[in-house]
Design a protein around this ligand. Structure first.
Ligand code: NAD
Length: 384
């Protein structure tokens, strides 16, 4: 397909920004990344940091573009908000999110393309992006294996009561019964995922060899019959019924209007007493206070994940300190499951490819397009 035809086809699908650009120098590209400090100086593969800049600075500058990189993202005087006013391309990551609110979308008069270096674009007001015809793309699939592996780890560390057992060792203690009293096998348990997309399905695949009693999923997009059969998963259409059947619930859906605060005190009452909950999707899908109270009371035997409703999480966040009545049940970490060095290589390369396509007027990979020109292209951010 010629470049012209490719662009015409993409335009028809609403995916590309415009016909091939004849003028593509001198754009302002703004990136909000996290500060890597000494670690990033010592480890150049930490590509998602302000120090290593996704490895794209020299490439962008060699083409005459301006590249502003910052971790300073809060408030009207932040570098993010100052440069947003005339940036054409904004790169953000879910790990240190530059929150592109409706208000900021209004002020970003020149903005045409938002690229999420990673997966999950809820930090952008997607409805506002649709209205303002700002495209939002992510590097779909770039870290789904990384997260699925983390989910399996979190499930195991909760069910097997790993964290208090390890802490006992580093404290210099040895009291097997203190930790064995709340340790179980995953075999024979019912595990369910809210969201059975790329990550949720990979979690199900990875759980097959554990001989669980049953694998369940809750998703308004049903899996193809062959995919269900391959992992032996059963779909449950009612959420309360779904959680009431699970020993372990894992959340693998994007954050949108339909999932914000989905797991709250009301729904938690329908969980099996002593169930485990793992959430590596987005913190705000779970109500922070309600989850902490459920862990404290023993309604949940534990909660693990790496995503928080505010990032970085404040020191006083209840998820840092919550424990079940037996002194365990907390498997929280900072947001890093999707930013392994392997994942960073993939999302850095994917970010460059998306920008290259944009600059050259080439069609984008359809799976990467969350918001195309003036409309949602994904079915994963709620039923519309
Ligand atoms: P995906 O689009 O492949 O799958 C998401 C699935 O969730 C879809 O099948 C969709 O239908 C389903 N879904 C949406 N709303 C739902 C609802 N209300 N109830 C039930 N199911 C619902 O996305 P993915 O690649 O699997 O990623 C899922 C999410 O995981 C991302 O949006 C992101 O928020 C999060 N994530 C976290 C990390 C991390 O580092 N912790 C990394 C990558 C992705």
């Amino acid at each position: 397909m010629s470049l012209l035809n490719a662009s015409a086809a993409a335009l028809k699908r609403g995916l590309a920004s415009s016909a091939p650009r004849t003028y593509n120098r001198g754009l302002k590209v703004l990136a909000v990344l996290y500060k890597g400090g000494e670690a990033a100086k010592q480890e150049p593969r930490l590509l998602g940091t302000i120090e290593n800049q996704l490895g794209i600075r020299s490439w962008l500058e060699s083409q005459g573009h301006e590249f502003i990189v910052t971790d300073d993202k809060e408030g009207p005087n932040s570098v993010f908000q100052q440069h947003l006013k005339d940036a054409e391309i904004l790169i953000t990551t879910p790990f240190h999110p530059g929150y592109l609110t409706r208000d900021l979308v209004e002020k970003a008069k020149n903005l045409k393309l938002c690229v999420t270096a990673g997966v999950g674009s809820d930090h952008i007001d997607l409805n506002a992006a649709v209205e303002k015809k700002i495209q939002v793309l992510e590097v779909t699939g770039s870290n789904v294996v990384s997260v699925a592996e983390h989910v399996v780890m979190d499930i195991l560390l909760l069910v097997r009561n790993f964290v208090p057992a390890h802490e006992q060792i580093t404290r210099g203690d040895w009291q097997v019964s203190d930790v064995a009293r709340n340790a179980y096998d995953l075999e024979g348990k019912v595990v369910g995922t809210i969201g059975a997309g790329r990550i949720g399905y990979r979690v199900l695949e990875r759980l097959v060899p554990f001989n669980t009693k049953e694998l369940l999923y809750y998703d308004y997009n049903p899996l193809p019959a062959e995919a269900e059969a391959k992992v032996g998963a059963r779909r449950v259409e009612d959420l309360k019924e779904f959680v009431s059947q699970c020993d372990v619930v894992t959340v693998n859906a994007p954050l949108h209007e339909g999932t914000r605060n989905l797991i709250n005190a009301d729904l938690l009452q329908h969980f099996k007493k002593g169930a485990w909950l793992v959430n590596t999707a987005r913190g705000a899908i779970c109500n922070a206070e309600d989850v902490a109270a459920a862990v404290k009371s023993g309604q949940l035997n534990g909660y693990a994940g790496d995503v928080w409703n505010v990032q970085p999480a404040p020191k006083e966040h209840p998820w840092r300190y919550m424990q079940n009545p037996l002194g365990g049940g907390n498997g929280m970490t900072p947001h890093y499951s999707g930013t392994t060095l392997d994942a960073q290589a993939r999302y850095a390369a994917g970010t460059r490819q998306i920008i290259e396509n944009y600059l050259q007027g080439k069609p984008q990979e359809p799976a990467n397009v969350i918001v195309g020109v003036g409309k949602y292209e994904t079915k994963a951010y709620g039923q519309r």
